[in-house]
Design a protein around this ligand. Structure first.
Ligand code: NAP
Length: 262
């Protein structure tokens, strides 16, 4: 077998359909681009049609296939509508990325219940609902599938200043591993993508100069990640061939941040 054939068998996603919630954003948009590059039809999900159009233009320019569906990730009814729309238009769903996320660095005593609940809804309830809606479809279909939930280093060890964000991400990790165990007999794999520090819309306010200096001091590679550096890990988790025995994994992509001690 030639090298390209071997790689295609392992990582190729021709005929697969991927739903990428948060695909209008920085990281999941790049992940969607990677899935499309490997042959999957991608459904970009978010609320910002302009950002979706830009991402889809890049995907189609590179020879990939995809379309946009606007949905509020905190609404079970809208996610069910998304599932139905994808099944109608694309015929199947094989890969789901739950990546909607917001952040805040409000000092702990100043966090209002409104803010706390809003971040919980976007970061955690959306993952819970996405897993319910799409997990049920995949389990009942009986052909396996891959769910990738966006966790964070703050879901592994709590990062300072981002209290609510860290709490939600810790819960996302916990829920993902719980479902990985539950659905393994159905060959539905559930994994957590754990990016280190990547500049994006949701963390722009959090990345103050002192914090950037602190992050660099704890990152052996001494730089931020670029969104495209999540693509390899995404394909590993998404492909039923390459990732066939990988479930319940918290796959860290962080330039060595988690390995830094002294
Ligand atoms: N950047 C990092 O360093 C980093 C590190 C660890 C984990 N993460 C996680 O990676 C994921 C993507 O974040 P990002 O850094 O790429 O940020 P981003 O560019 O700001 O993207 C955030 C995405 O979430 C979507 N979103 C937010 N609220 C939503 C809602 N209520 N309903 C539907 N979609 C909603 C946004 O869609 P619209 O704009 O279309 O509404 C956007 O696509 C998040 O879960 C984040 O926590 C990021």
């Amino acid at each position: 077998m030639s090298a390209p054939d071997f790689l295609h068998q392992l990582f190729g996603l021709n005929g697969k359909v991927a739903v990428v919630i948060g695909g209008t954003g920085e990281l999941c948009g790049a992940m969607a681009g990677g899935l499309a590059g490997a042959g999957a039809e991608v459904v970009i999900v978010g609320r910002n049609a302009d950002k979706a159009a830009a991402r889809l233009a890049a995907i189609t320019a590179a020879g990939g296939k995809g379309w946009f569906h606007a949905a509020e990730a905190t609404s079970k009814a809208e996610l069910a509508g998304l599932r139905d729309a994808v099944l109608k238009r694309s015929g199947r769903i094989d890969i789901v990325i739950n990546g909607a996320g917001v952040n805040s660095a409000t000092p702990f005593f100043d966090i209002t219940e409104e803010e706390f609940n809003r971040i919980v809804r976007v970061n955690l309830s959306s993952v819970f609902l996405g897993c319910q809606v799409f997990g049920q479809y995949l389990v009942e279909r009986g052909e396996g599938g891959s769910i990738i939930n966006l966790g964070s280093m703050s879901g592994v060890v709590p990062l300072s200043r981002v209290f609510t964000y860290s709490a939600t991400k810790g819960a996302v990790h916990n829920l993902s591993l719980n479902l990985a165990r539950e659905w393994a007999p159905h060959r539905v794999r559930v994994n957590v993508m754990v990016p280190g520090f990547f500049p994006a819309e949701q963390n722009r306010k959090v990345l103050t100069p002192d914090r950037v200096a602190s992050i660099m001091g704890h990152t052996p590679m001494q730089r931020f990640g670029a969104a495209r550096e999540l693509v390899g890990a995404t394909l590993l988790l998404a492909s039923d061939a390459a990732g066939s025995f990988i479930t319940g994994e918290e796959l860290i992509v962080d330039g060595g941040y988690h390995a830094m001690t002294i």
